[in-house]
Write a protein that binds this ligand. Sequence first.
Ligand code: NOJ
Length: 664
Amino acid sequence: MKSITILALSILFASSTFVSCNRNNNLSIESPDKKIHLIFEIINGQLYYSVDKEGKSVIKPSKLGFLLKNLPSLDSNFIVMNHKISTYDSTWEQPWGEKREIRNYYTELFVELEQNDSLKRKLNLVFRLFNDGIGFRYEFPEQSNFNDFVIMDEETEFILPAAHTAWWIPAFRDNRYEYLYKKSPVNQMDTVHTPLTMETEDGLYLSIHEAALTNYASMTLYCTDSTKLNCVLMPWANGDKVRVKAPLKTPWRTIQIADEPGALITSYLILNLNEPNKIGDVSYIKPGKYIGIWWGMHVGEYTWPMGPKHGATTENTMKYIDFAAKYGFSGVLVEGWNEFWENWDFNFTKPYPDFDIKKITDYVASKGVKLIGHHETGGNVENYGNQIDSAYKFYKSYGVDIIKSGYVGGRLNGKEWHHGQFGVNFYHSALMKAADNQIVLVAHEPIKATGKRRTYPNMASREGARGQEFNAWSADGGNPPNHDVILPFTRLLGGPMDFTPGVFDIMIKQKPNNRVNTTLAKQLALYVTIYSPYQMACDLPQNYEANLPAFQFIRDVVTDWEDTRVLNAQIGEYYTVVRKARNSDEWFLGSITNENAREFEIDLNFLEAGKKYKAQIYADAPDADWETNPAAIEITEKEVDNNTKLVIKLAKGGGQAIRFFVVE
Ligand code: NOJ
């Protein structure tokens, strides 16, 4: 993941300025396209920033600073000791991703601050303005009198000019991120997780999140005074928020700013705020598609623990391997392979007696497929931490180098929030150990995605929202039709999601009280609308073999992209995206809607001029409807080129998936 072109790196202005604390002192910068402006100011010794885009206020003057444990707060008496404004412009390559080349183009304001009192404590602030938003972070530099302290509150505010409409999920809940999104004005929100996405009255789309969350607590947001969003950090069990040993850089606080909802999706600001690859050779990370002994447990066909319905038997695993090899899948996930699911006292190097890992991994290798490992920790990271080195080595010794990890539970070790500094640090150490062993991670019940995949590309995918599994057993009836049309503008702004699409038995015959709330064509479209380098075909093999024509799309779709373009989008309503495959001429389209039927005319001008393509179209049949006739699909072919305008019809709760490939 090297930087492939450094176009310009220039320091525009550097100065050493001592600015007195009791005047209103401004420092301002603008984005490279001059549309976004930021003002940093010190008013009576306190730190404030504000942001606008082309005259529209985005953030009104909002406070910065910290409350500390048993120490005077770090939020007043500041003076600017030095500041520097610079621009940076380079293009870097993602080793895998939704787009190969990413431009990282910004203006930076770096400010060195000191408290003008007897403590003389130092703090740095860094602001970066991109054409698609801003990021800022605090830095605690090493200093003799202020190196080891506890943050009790980060006072960062985001004061909005109005009570914008927001899509949000609550924070501080036992199910972590697994909630349905609510839509309301910000002043009617709970304390919420980020990304927090908003639509403004004057036509902007904003999303507040964070980038590069390492050795710090996750930020949640709480609205007061009807428009003031306050940063609330997830605490340690004893109430500490962040235990700091300087030097330390906080995560970036990010605000993506777009004129259209789709531009949030093609904004790479969060990735750009993460550092380049630090783990060296990443050639072992090969995006792909997998099947697994998984949905069977969720629908009650199999059990995780050993017994008469055990899913993870040698014989059953071999059958799945045969299926994967026959239909071109690169991986087979097997859950429930290790002792002891009976009491969730997991041993990560002890397979159940009916799971012959040697025989299975020899067989999988002979078929050119990979076994995808599974570590369910049950949130007991003490138990997992004690075994993790041997657990990774055990799998590696059998050639397993992709592991799905799980952290089910309301608290880690029964007391710590997943998203507190404790959890952030545990997941980070698991990631580092995985990198040392050249292991790829797909984490469930994860820490939210903050773009760390740029720095550690073995952090491939994660769950971190209500995924497909809720449709198998949730008492509330599963994910409603608008859920998949909200995710791309919220959760997915953080990074890839292992949603596990591809249910063909929409009505789930094993579960009379549960079903999937989409059409079959929408299940196919999700492979394009939800980005993940590892995509599961989650249903039971027999359900795919019963509908091989529709299954063909899952066999054909790729999971690693040269480019991504959004063709139309309204949050929670509809979303159409096209992606170009890496290393081939193929394009794939996914279009999805909520409970309303839609018709669009799509301009195929993204196809290469002068070439003829075949479009293989997987559409909702005319009488399809997610509620009454979800499986009705119509598969057709059409010759198209880049002048073609294609009419796309989506049923209620429906979708459409298209593969385009060059014929001449
Ligand atoms: C929850 C995960 O999301 C799911 O995929 C997994 O099957 C179970 N945990 C068991 O690990």
